[in-house]
Design a protein. Structure first.
Length: 496
């Protein structure tokens, strides 16, 4: 009996030992990589397919110990994280990420890391562009001094694009960023992170010379360097300028310099300073020359000097910090006129002698010189001057009346006045007939009380220019009546 009891105890002890040790297993080395995990689940990379590729290449990683939950797996190509497309416990599918370089692939799950036994070889690919020649950089719009150009980046390449844009040159057949300091370039920054390729972008080119051929091409910059696209050519437009004003029996020509600035018409010449601003006007009348010289300060007209024979007159201008005219001094006669504003709106005009000014709604409505000699002005709700009446000794002497369209004014039809204010333009002796309103004249009427003459002009326009006007003259005192048609003829890229 005792013998049977000892055998039973021994069998029970052996069974207990076997039960306690049957789950233990000696750790295996990680095939194809290293397992740095600390628990009993083995994390291994057994194969990578393919073993090389460009950015975006599909890569399948097989092994053990992966998680079937995408977010629980962390995968890197070298130091660059990749995004998983699918995952099981033995298979991960991903793509080669941007900016990856040749090196080991690592997979991290639950604090454990497995590393591939061999490097994954990254084949670097530069960005590529769509099109060749004229189709590579397509003009969206072109003017005399600007252009809008569209280009397509077909493929992004291996590296993140940190800068892109266009470079252009009128002298270099293949412009680069090196010449762009004196030629031209745009910098549009990095391509958006969520951009899809092919990726289209547009640059706005500025400060082009009129009527000039430019070589242009796109570029992209990565941390590895700069890649340029194909070269295309664009032609900036030739300015549309007034060539002649003709009537049935006469023609007045206008001449321009190589920068398309007016330099003369019969008996007149115009000159410009180095900044391209009008600096002098001359008119020859027989043996007499009338001239005006213009001086600027910080881009604004600061002085007009008038000379005709022995007559000399100078007007000086000063401005407030907002660029508003606040002082005008006529040296001949020593007349100083000061302008006051409230939130940018004219509220008063005062002269040290001579005229008295009345201001209403931001406009001068009367200038009274005393003794019944004054001028009255009327304006519409848009600020256009609609009527000017002059009185001498209290009696009406002349009346000007103006009607307007609802389009922005094209300005005076020949001259470009950089740095001039509307009230200054009227000071120029050759500009007394200029429209300084916000809209275009459709009709201008002049009537003289003394001669009984009525002159009416009806204007026509096309796009941004005057195409002509019809002038009708009626004089009830002399019985003279006639009509003249004036045509404004233009040359250049006028887009008729």
């Amino acid at each position: 009996m005792k013998k049977h009891f000892l055998i039973s105890v021994s069998l029970f002890s052996l069974l207990t030992f076997l039960l306690l040790n049957c789950g233990k297993k000696k750790d295996d080395p990680t095939p194809g990589g290293n397992n740095t995990g600390g628990n009993n689940t083995s994390l291994n990379i057994t194969a990578v397919n393919p073993t090389s590729g460009t950015v975006g290449t599909k890569v399948v990683i097989t092994g053990t110990g992966f998680s079937a939950t995408l977010s629980s797996n962390s995968i890197k190509f070298g130091s660059v994280a990749a995004i998983l497309d699918s995952a099981t416990t033995t298979r991960l599918v991903t793509k080669v990420p941007k900016d990856a370089t040749t090196g080991k692939i690592t997979v991290e799950v639950g604090g454990k890391t497995a590393t591939s036994s061999s490097d994954f070889s990254i084949t670097q690919a530069p960005p590529t562009f769509s099109g060749t020649g004229s189709t590579a950089n397509v003009p969206v719009s072109v003017t005399t001094t600007t252009a809008s150009i569209a280009t397509i980046i077909d493929k992004e390449g291996s590296k993140t694009i940190v800068q892109h844009g266009h470079v252009w040159s009128s002298t270099k057949s293949e412009p680069t960023l090196r010449e762009a300091a004196t030629e031209g370039k745009t910098e549009l920054g990095a391509v958006p992170a969520n951009a899809t390729f092919p990726y289209k972008f547009t640059s706005d080119l500025k400060d082009l010379d009129p009527a000039t051929t430019y070589n242009i091409r796109a570029y992209v910059k990565t941390n590895e360097g700069t890649t340029y696209g194909p070269v295309s050519q664009i032609q900036s437009k030739k300015p549309c300028v007034l060539a002649t004003i003709t009537t049935s029996n006469s023609s007045v020509p206008f001449n321009y310099d190589n920068q398309n600035r007016l330099i003369g018409s019969p008996n007149t010449t115009f000159s410009y300073n180095t900044e391209g601003l009008l600096s002098k006007y001359e008119l020859k009348q027989g043996t007499v020359t009338v001239s005006e010289t213009y001086t600027y300060l910080q881009g604004k007209l600061s002085k007009i000097e008038f000379q005709s024979g022995t007559v000399n007159r100078t007007i000086n201008y000063e401005y407030d910090p907002q660029g508003k005219l606040n002082k005008e001094t006529v040296v001949f006669g020593d007349v100083t006129t000061e302008y006051t504003y409230n939130q940018g709106v004219l509220i008063s005009v005062k002269a040290n002698k001579g005229a008295t000014y009345t201001v209403k709604d931001g406009n001068v409505v009367t200038i009274d010189n005393g003794n019944g000699n004054y001028t009255a002005y009327e304006f519409d709700v848009r600020g256009n001057q609609t009527k000017v009446e002059t009185f001498t000794s209290g009696k009406q002497a002349r009346v000007f009346e103006y009607a307007y369209d609802d389009k922005p004014s094209v300005g005076f039809f020949i001259y470009t006045f950089k740095g001039w204010l509307p009230q200054q333009i009227l000071k120029g002796s050759f500009l007394s007939g200029s429209n300084t309103g916000y809209n275009n004249w459709t009709e201008r009427k002049y009537q003289s009380a003394t001669s009984k003459e009525i002159v009416k002009r009806s204007y026509t326009y096309q796009k941004d220019r005057v195409t002509g006007y019809t002038e009708t003259v009626t004089d009830t005192m002399t019985g003279i009546n006639y009509t003249n048609k004036f045509s404004h003829n233009y040359t250049g890229d006028c887009d008729n």
